[in-house]
Design a protein around this ligand. Structure first.
Ligand SMILES: [Zn+2]
Length: 490
């Protein structure tokens, strides 16, 4: 359904007179010209960048890196993270492993796996708690709080957001800014609007058929939009997510290659491979995905090995956008390195040994958090009750000061050097130092159930002061949300 809807939406941008509104209702709009304007003499990098089809910094296309971004959406589970690892099993030109971005929703997510994914240099980003389109502030913040409390992802390292079903509005983007995110990646770029990432100081330049580009609709200085780059299939119909569902593996590989060449031989805009790993993972009773997965893996491996093709996270891409260098200099950039922290002992930082048996994650340093409706492992404290949208981080099961208590990640230690068991930061040099400069954190005053709890795992709410409406309060436990989620993703 989602794939179909997105195809309709991006097809509409080509037709430009007939469009499908974000809720699927057909709507007629006037014209179709892109009303976006931006003056590059006033919008100055690195804080501001106009939407452009040309590489930033005056770099010639032939000298620009060809970035490939492989992104994964929804829950993080053992079988799914294995699928992601199989797709990312290629190297960048500097010998580091390819990296990917995961837009994580909370249902079924195992936070020990999120922490492992993160510690291996991949990106963790926000995809809401319940997986709803046009999400409320609460939906976005609940996911951020859980990713901090159970996976040790600091708010300052949680930079990206993708709206479930790519269903966002100007209010969604405003909320992203209010909560301190660096970027959104929910918009679609096709051909005429095939822009490199840009800041929203001058508004949106993609998805203009929705009216979102109209003057005054979006004005968010410093917030980046990383467009999702559609590919055209054999019938020139734009395809965006899970393109392998739209043809035989041979067909999909052929038109994916044609589109990659269009980027590579053109202006080198990033090339995206947008995956719901559930569609490439075999489950009993569901169609065999082996051939589709092999097609994607083979395509990715065919792209690797070119000296100017780099598989990066959207976070890495934006670090380059803010300080662009020719492809020949990319290998030496700090954000492209892949050294892992060498701690004097094994600590629970995502790099520790994990055991996965029958889909259950365990390890000598991990806590197992088991509820009737959700089970996950974590280096941090288990909540005393199942997380809900209203109380995503309930009071911890073990009180501060008692045996077994895990100390939450402080804002002055890198998550990769933090030992939550000992409550100790093992980083002793400036090279590993980290200070989280995200919005000031404060106790979550909106959920009373956590008050009076330990100052541990519940103390993670970012200090959002946007005044934005929290949206309708839905009493969704993980179990209810999970049921909805299952029906939506299929
Ligand atoms: Zn999703």
């Amino acid at each position: 359904m989602k794939n179909f809807a997105v195809s309709l939406a991006v097809a509409a941008t080509l037709l430009s007179s007939f469009v499908v509104a974000q809720d699927g209702t057909p709507t007629i709009v006037q014209g179709g010209a892109n009303p976006y304007t931006c003056d590059p003499t006033k919008c100055i990098a690195p804080k501001c960048l106009c939407a452009s089809q040309s590489p930033p910094g005056g770099i010639k296309p032939a000298d620009a890196p060809q970035f490939v971004t492989i992104t994964f959406d929804d829950s993080v589970q053992p079988e799914l993270i294995q699928t992601a690892a199989d797709l990312l099993n290629v190297q960048n030109p500097n010998g580091c492993k390819a990296k990917g971005s995961w837009y994580v929703s909370m249902m079924y997510t195992d936070f020990a796996l999120v922490q492992q994914w993160f510690a291996e240099g991949n990106e963790v980003a926000d995809h809401t708690f319940t997986h709803v389109g046009t999400p409320s502030a609460q939906e976005i913040q609940a996911a951020a709080d859980m990713l901090y409390s159970y996976a040790g992802v600091p708010h300052g390292m949680l930079k990206g957001f993708r709206a479930p079903f790519l269903n966002y509005t100007a209010d969604t983007l405003k909320e992203i800014q209010a909560q301190g995110f660096l970027y959104d990646t929910s918009a679609t770029a096709v051909v005429d609007d095939n822009y490199w990432p840009y800041t929203l100081d001058n508004g949106m330049a993609n998805d203009c058929w929705t009216g979102i580009c109209n003057p005054g609709t979006v004005n968010l200085p410093g917030v980046w939009e990383v467009p999702m780059y559609a590919v055209l299939d054999n019938a020139s119909v734009p395809q965006l997510m899970d393109v392998y569902l739209s043809g035989t593996p041979e067909d999909v590989t052929n038109w994916s290659q044609t589109n990659f060449d269009r980027h590579y031989n053109g202006n080198r805009q990033p090339f995206g491979i947008y995956v719901h790993p559930t569609h490439l993972t075999n489950y009993p009773g569901l169609p065999d995905a082996t051939a589709q997965k092999a097609g994607v893996v083979n395509f990715i491996q065919s792209l690797a090995g070119k000296p100017d093709v780099w598989f990066v996270t959207n976070d890495q891409l934006l670090q380059w956008m803010q300080n662009p260098v020719p492809a020949s200099q990319l290998a030496n950039q700090t954000y492209m390195q892949c050294q892992k922290p060498v701690t004097p002992k094994e600590i629970c930082n995502g790099l520790e040994t994990l055991n996965i048996t029958s889909g259950v994650v365990s390890g000598p340093l991990l806590n197992a958090c088991n509820f009737n409706t959700s089970n996950f492992a974590t280096c941090y404290n288990c909540p005393g009750s199942a997380p809900t949208l209203e109380t995503p981080v309930p009071a911890s099961a073990v009180a501060n000061g008692t045996s077994g208590y895990r100390t939450p990640l402080p804002d002055n230690c890198s998550p990769f050097w933090w030992d939550p068991v000992a409550g100790q930061c093992l980083c002793t040099t400036s090279s590993c130092a980290y200070q989280d400069t995200a919005l000031p954190k404060q106790q979550n005053s909106t959920n009373g159930t956590s008050s009076g709890s330990s100052n541990g795992s519940s103390a993670s709410s970012s200090g959002k002061a946007s005044g934005a409406s929290p949206g309708p309060v839905v009493a969704s436990t993980l179990s209810i949300a999970a049921a909805i989620f299952i029906s939506l993703i299929m």
